[in-house]
Design a binder for this molecule. Sequence first.
Ligand code: EPU
Length: 302
Amino acid sequence: MRVENQRVLNALPGLDVERKAGASLAEMTSLGIGGATDLLRIQRHESIPELLKLLDEEGIAHKFLGGGSNLLVADEELPFVALQLGHKGPDVVIEGNFARVDAAADLGRTVTFCAKQNLGGMEGLIGVPGTVGGALRMNAGAYGTEIGAYVREVKLYRAAQRKIETLRGEQISFEYRHTSFAPDDMMLAVTLELPSKSYAEILQGIRICNEKRRASQPLGQKSAGCIFRNPPGGSAGRMIDELGLKGHAVGDARVSERHANFFVNTGKASAVDMLALIAEVRGRVENSFGVTLENEVVVWNA
Ligand code: EPU
């Protein structure tokens, strides 16, 4: 969607919002798939309520884009604009055992920055791609660690109230790859409380997780991480593997040879290819195991 509305275009500079016309989502997502739309980069949190009010008044649909690492976007021009947080201040501010982190900060860099300040706990999250905001909204986890365990406060734009609020950790529920945030809430900043550990000890934990990940996941390839959530008590990857589907492909969308719950784009895969592969694998698992796998990847349809 290209913004042609003059009232909106005129207001953007004053709100400190930069517009990138016709941004390619294929270039902004780890899967390397997706059509174009206007990207609005918000440089000031305080502008968000006014920006969203304006977009609503002018009938311009929008979705929030984090790091694009868990996202499958339709091939066509999108019928909404993408909003993304830019930020000017420091990514992380440490005070004792508390780390206040901007939602736009890279998760891996945040883990290592905190490590250097002798704050640990998040070693398992080291190889999880994407932003802290994205990790927070879906309660990202790996190797026994979930980010929700460390959250003490979240600053967010609450779409229903149309304002920026701060929630305490106890007011948010964090479950397996799920949180109580509304789908259109926008994460702005988070305060984490992290245990004190020596840098050497944290580094050791990070190394172990990195090795496990390198051994079991297709890290160099274009993917959105795990495609399906694990069903209660089960493993989507193991079930897909047991069906002999590793390497199975629709066009350039392929079930990874290394980890069967990772679907990789080996060249010029389209969203249509990837969605067809997802549907086929879901159907095969359903027929054989009687389990309906749910998407973990977020899909943006055109
Ligand atoms: N397995 C197979 N074949 C495969 C893949 C896995 O047999 O192709 C078996 C493994 O041998 C193991 C079991 O399935 O016995 C579980 O596999 P793994 O330890 O790789 O973990 P997972 O359940 O497949 C989850 C998360 C990952 C996270 C890892 C490590 C989900 C959907 N996936 O994977 O998160 O990195 O644990 O903690 O919860 C993601 O969220 O995108 C993601 C990749």
